[in-house]
Design a protein. Structure first.
Length: 240
């Protein structure tokens, strides 16, 4: 079916006039151009309209996005249906299903069913053709220039001061959102300054970089060590 773009745009314009009290330009600047250039493959869509905002869920693009982008597959593994988060946040707004032949208002429950009917077959088809989705979602942490025994020694030193700052930093890195199989955090130790540097690598590309700085203990006094804190605390802190 050839999309009836004129009918769809007119209906959307009427909805904007009826529902929105401000920022109607969002429709003109973002939603309208997308619809005007949409072919049949871009449908269906769910359109969320509030008093001062709109948001278009491009369901028709999901299969291509999921197939071509590893980040989409990791997002699915870690969070399930990616469209549900929008409905969680904006489900109380007006929801519309946009299909090639027109626009109709739907309930949040119906919107979730539409999203499920799009996402589930896409993921099942991909697994049938390519095998299981990734299951390891924690980001590997790799240490350089330090032995495991030294890492444990520094952690035990924290524990002796009733402090868990260093291990919590390491855990936070481990729990970064994973977007690729080739992704890890490299942590390098500088024994001369008793500090770490870290860098995130994704598919060979350098990302987030920073340092893990030691700020002393009560018996030695607070140490700035070239990295200021808004609220000075002892132990370790990460800085980017």
């Amino acid at each position: 079916m050839t999309p009836n773009i004129t009918k769809i745009i007119q209906t959307m314009s009427n909805i904007v006039a009826d529902v929105m009290t401000s920022f109607q330009s969002d429709f003109e600047n973002f939603d309208r151009p997308y619809i005007e250039n949409a072919d049949n493959s871009k449908f269906p869509m769910i359109w969320i309209v509030g008093k001062s905002h709109t948001h278009l869920l491009n369901l028709g693009e999901y299969e291509e996005h999921f197939s071509k982008n590893e980040v989409a597959r990791y997002a699915y593994v870690q969070g399930g249906n990616p469209f549900f988060s929008f409905l969680d946040a904006l489900g109380g707004d007006h929801l519309f299903l946009i299909e090639p032949d027109g626009v109709r208002e739907i309930t949040e429950k119906q919107a979730r069913e539409v999203c499920r009917d799009i996402v589930t077959p896409v993921t099942e088809k991909w697994m049938k053709e390519n095998g299981p989705l990734p299951t390891r979602v924690q980001v590997p942490v790799k240490f350089f220039n330090i032995t495991l025994s030294k890492v444990k020694e520094l952690i035990r030193e924290c524990e002796a001061h009733n402090d868990n700052s260093l291990i919590e930093i390491f855990r936070r890195f481990h729990n970064y959102r994973r977007v690729a199989t080739d992704q890890y955090i490299q942590i390098s130790y500088n024994p001369g300054y008793n500090e770490f540097t870290f860098c995130e690598y994704t598919n060979g590309k350098q990302g987030l970089v920073g340092g893990i700085i030691f700020h002393g203990w009560p018996e030695t006094g607070y140490m700035v060590n070239g990295s200021y804190q808004m609220g000075p605390t002892y132990g370790w802190s990460s800085h980017t």
